[in-house]
Design a protein around this ligand. Sequence first.
Ligand code: SAH
Length: 277
Amino acid sequence: MKIDILTIFPDFFRGPLDYGIVRRARETGLVEIGIHDLRAFTKDRHRTVDDRPFGGGEGMVLKPEPIFECWESLGDVASREARLSASATQSVILLSAQGRRLDQALAARLSALDRIVLICGRYEGVDERISEHLADREVSIGDYVLSGGEMAAAVVIEAITRLLPGALGNEASARQESFTAQGDVKKVEGADSTCGSGGLLDYPHYTRPAEFGGMNVPEVLLSGNHEEIRRWRHQRALEKTLCNRPDLLEGAQLSDEDNKLIAAIRKRSAAQSESPV
Ligand code: SAH
């Protein structure tokens, strides 16, 4: 996969893309990341990338010309029509608080593309013509406002890269993580023998030592009974999802057994909240 980042702060990316899985994926050529300084595509002495908003109002807006020129210099990006078609293999993404919210399903879809261009906004935002005529989608990383798209671009890259086949070293890992619904990730033989997330949050993880400062690892995980471990993990994933992200249960694949468990958990927590302090 080839990823290009268009930014007024190219140095920002020293660091975020140099660790762990993204670093390894870059080193092994699984992903190639180009970082482009928008100021290099300005023509005036002051290398101006922003200007005041038409119609008045606060702040500055990123000008369209440097972004279009930088994009043109990439040379081989597909037309917007091709990128919007059902058989698209590329995407030009404007990072924006007004965009579609990034989730694991979108990350999985983007990870299947060959080519991604990420445009990082700053100030009050980017001249809307970028969204109307150049980008084929706007992506937000959450319902809050950042000062720039750089952090968001790093998040998108991290979420996508770890889904590229071969990036994790262990294909099974991506399949059983939080949010991962069947179908989001290419089916891997035997991967769900322990616990497929099925759209739930991940189950809790523990490692050595089994006892530390009086805190013990749950007995069942030391039992060697794989069926019981699987059941325990699934139950804990359900509990955590119910407690922290009940909205995810609507889209999750739940068995009759799960629904019974959820009813039991709800009953238990209702009883706890009623019990006198
Ligand atoms: N006026 C805009 C915010 C601009 S913040 C608004 O109210 O929506 C400046 C830049 O930061 C944006 O152009 C975008 O590139 C980036 N940004 C801010 N919040 C973001 C978010 N939640 N997700 C992705 N990018 C974001």
